[in-house]
Design a protein around this ligand. Sequence first.
Ligand code: GPK
Length: 808
Amino acid sequence: MNRIFESKEEFKELYLSSVTSLSGKPFEMTSDFDRFQALVKLVASKARSVQTETEKRVHDTGQKRVYYFSIEFLIGRLLDNYLINFGVRDLVAEALKEMGSNLETLEEYEPDPALGNGGLGRLAACFLDSMAHEGIAGYGNGMRYRYGLFKQEIVNGAQHETTDDWLVHGYPWEVRRQDKAVRIGFGGHVVGTEENGRMRYHTEGTDDVLAVPYDIPVVGYGGNTVNKLRVWSAEPVEEEFDLDAFNAGDYAKAQAHRAEAEAISAILYPNDAGEHGRLLRLKQEYLFVAAGINSVLDTFRKEHGSDWKLLPQYVAIHTNDTHPAMCGPELMRVLVDEENLEWDEAWDITTKTISYTNHTILPEALEKWPISTFSKLLPRVYQIIDEISRRYNAAFDRSQDGWQDRLRQTAILWDGEVRMANLSVICSHSVNGVAKLHTDILERETLKDFYALTPQKFNNKTNGISPRRFLAEANPSYAKLITEAIGTGWLDDAAELSKLEAFEGDPAFLERVGASKHENKVRLANYVRRECGLAIDPNSIFDVQVKRFHAYKRQLLNIFKVMDIYNRRIADPNFRVAPTTFIFSGKAASSYTFAKETIRLINSVANVVNNDPRVNEVMKVCFIPNFRVSNAQLIYPAAEISEQISTAGMEASGTSNMKLMMNGAITLGTMDGANIEIVNLAGAENEKIFGLTAPEVDELRASGMHFAWDMYNADPDRLGRVIDELTDDTFAALSGNFESIYNELMNGNDHDLVMKDFASYVQAWEELTQGYSDRMDWNRRALHNTACSGWFSSDRTIREYRDEIWGA
Ligand code: GPK
């Protein structure tokens, strides 16, 4: 462990000087905010000196550099994480206490940057953590959104979006690198000139903006490697401030360029409600891709000169989903137009350098752009895409039956659109899914034609999570217990968590597992009381579903279960229900009506249930607003049931399933995504599986034999009743009924099979919760889940990427 402070005394001295020099006040007069700022600045400066050493090591040994391009990085708060990774958390906490401060209080001042939507963005952040831990020279490349995603408030049960001004107090981790700013051109027209018998192209008349990078240190556990995350901000190029207009008093005109440029990095678009077709999103994608590629090549040039054929040997560029799909064409543009390489050589370099991960099979999430929009905004990049497409089509093997269809399926340009997923596959040497089932589905269905053509490109990389953040940091009481039992090795190598299996028969230990869970439930209950004004009982079962709201994730199925339990308890006060708190949290894309209505339904049910003394002994419903990394870290450790109930085949992997498992929750789920791998590792008897499997879902859909109305009529007392309650005012008091959900189900014929899986789901829940009375056995299952969760460490995932994709 490479500790940044040798002793408390050393820390105190440095910290004192950091606080006073930054605030300009005597220590006694400084505020908690001053102290927080000074602490971060101190840790960040230590991190940067390790970064300098890392950089030297990478340079001297000629280590391969990996660039992870992602439009989202949900990094969460960094201070606690970095103190843990540098091995000084306890030392710092104690020292601060002796100085009259409290580490946790100071940590509350750190903003939680909302630079992502959900799983994809958090995965990118866990990967940065693991790359640094594994000693990979791995760098994030993304966007610095001024306002991130929105802040979610609940008003009359409904989601309201407000701006998240996360940068208002500044962000002490980042360093602005004006010297590394890159000029990015949009629009204009392509000009070709002949040079030594060969055409060379450049673009004239562009509207330029400046992409300015901000660097954030990424500290790996063990403190030996510090990498960086580089995020780009869009700004006007300097000479565009209109001084004449300003002096004439027309301030708006003087600033017009600024406003237009800054719009590009103003907010992160919610990307899971289908295609919004916004030009700004395309500009964002090009900006962080072009600026990123420029800085990658800059570094390469400094180390290896212009020997571009060495690029794949020293550089890997990974594209996280299709948002950075322009990496291929942009790299081609630079190599061909600026570096004067022949097309074929440039193409060989490009495809050997780039790899791609797919994160969903949902067709509406596979990006497509109208050619007309694209070619106007990025004329030269479009020409290059057109040329990639032309060559792809020309080289297509026409000897086999059905080649026309295969070409149509895999074409980049089709129906007036640029298909970014196809572009990504064609520009990459590796294509991976994020769980076994997901990769199978990609190979068999979503990308089957590509798989038939180039099976060697395809591979699986089951997702993972950082055990430092989601166990050590989020769950200190459990982490302490684990460390007492098996030592600290699990922080380095989470596979060591399997040593916990030796304690599964130890009643005293299981007692302590339960006590730690209880402590975490009390902690969450306190948070819920503060945030929602709701009292929840830490002695009840905490049943948790936290993730983005989406029809296929079926939060609707969960709340139908709650409604059904409520109805049955009201009808029969002797109906036995294990006392449970049903906890939900997550955001819905602002344009996604169905998801937002589901949120309103949950809050409306909560309003009725929580105020009904007939059921309050046994149930409460709790919607925690504004789900983000920081409150997620309070929720996962308190969970006992992990709801993973997506329509089988639809959830690519899921990662909350892994976080909850590692924290000792039992999975109540379908055989979907990585749930399947959870069951394989921990045994079906230690989870609770229900519902249709992916092949059964396919078969049922293909048969056309699922009828919502039949389901409704067959079960009038329970399912029928729940459906009726969407429109009969039972839950309407807060802000009205739920006609649109009703219509979606009954007239849309229950596309996500909520009604189909309802009975088996509620039954599974009842069976599972009945087991809660045998607390020893429950705690044993919880511990067993933790013991089997080590494989889901993102360190393991990253080692697979390193060995099988990046060759780093
Ligand atoms: C998938 F396509 C997308 C997307 O736009 N955003 C996103 O978060 C998720 N995802 C999948 O839905 C999850 O199943 C998966 O675990 C996660 O990406 C990370 O791979």
